[in-house]
Ligand binder design. Structure first.
Ligand SMILES: N[C@@H](CCC(=O)N[C@@H](CS)C(=O)NCC(=O)O)C(=O)O
Length: 213
């Protein structure tokens, strides 16, 4: 059985959990004690992921990191959500790279600082991140106008990747999405209707925390 190392606040882990569930693949969750700093220890980095990040997926003897790599591996292995042909698969990769660099990355950093950081966030840093988030979300919102999914007319791992953080409660990210980006909102509802969808807090291990700041 797959073993997924992650934690419930981690949208990057949720991307993988959501895909595994959509594929009907059971997995054993392995809780990463991220909030107490385990991913920064030498032992965790030596034994689990030298990059110091969750998620990590164990598939037999294979130990995979980087959600984009994991999603690509699972889609190819199970023959679903990879994209219909070579052109679509190239587009899927393009959107996963955009997601990792800009869409998930700025949003996840903002949400972490707003809700789970050890000290109150710096307003100047938050303002800069919000500007980057507005840019990335605006691009995805425009792309989704008049189309159901990110690539082609069926869901692909590009959708799973981009959706990692959009199902968390709005207050965790300072209500960044509330009433904004109508095409992203509609797309989020389409993804919620996919087989296996469930709230990140119901499928990933660890303790749910109230937003701190
Ligand atoms: N590009 C990576 C990002 C993974 C990532 O940043 N994970 C967070 C938890 S959600 C993490 O472990 N961060 C640790 C750090 O940035 O030091 C992926 O998609 O897997």
């Amino acid at each position: 059985m797959y073993r997924l190392h992650g934690f419930c606040q981690s949208g990057n882990s949720f991307k993988v959990a959501f895909l595994l569930r959509a594929l009907g693949q059971p997995f054993e969750p392995v809780c990463v004690d991220f909030m107490n700093g385990v991913t920064r220890t030498d032992a965790w980095r030596d034994q689990t992921n030298e990059m110091g990040e969750a998620p990590v997926l164990e598939d037999g003897a294979l130990r995979l990191t980087q959600s984009g790599v994991i999603l690509t591996h699972l889609a190819a292995k199970h023959g679903a959500y990879a994209g219909a042909d070579e052109n679509e698969r190239r587009e899927v990769l393009r959107w996963i790279l955009f997601d990792n660099h800009k869409f998930t990355s700025y949003f996840a950093s903002y949400r972490f600082a707003k809700s789970f950081g050890p000290s109150a966030p710096d307003p100047a840093v938050m303002a800069w991140l919000r500007g980057r988030m507005d840019g990335a979300f605006g691009i995805v919102d425009k792309h989704l106008a008049g189309r159901g999914f990110i690539v082609g007319d069926q869901p692909t791992i590009a959708d799973f990747s981009l959706s990692g953080y959009v199902f968390y409660p709005d207050e965790e990210s300072g209500s960044f999405l509330t009433g904004r980006f109508p095409h992203i909102q509609a797309w989020r509802e389409r993804l919620r209707a996919l087989p296996g969808w469930a709230s990140p807090y119901d499928v990933l291990p660890g303790e749910r925390l109230a937003p701190r700041w």
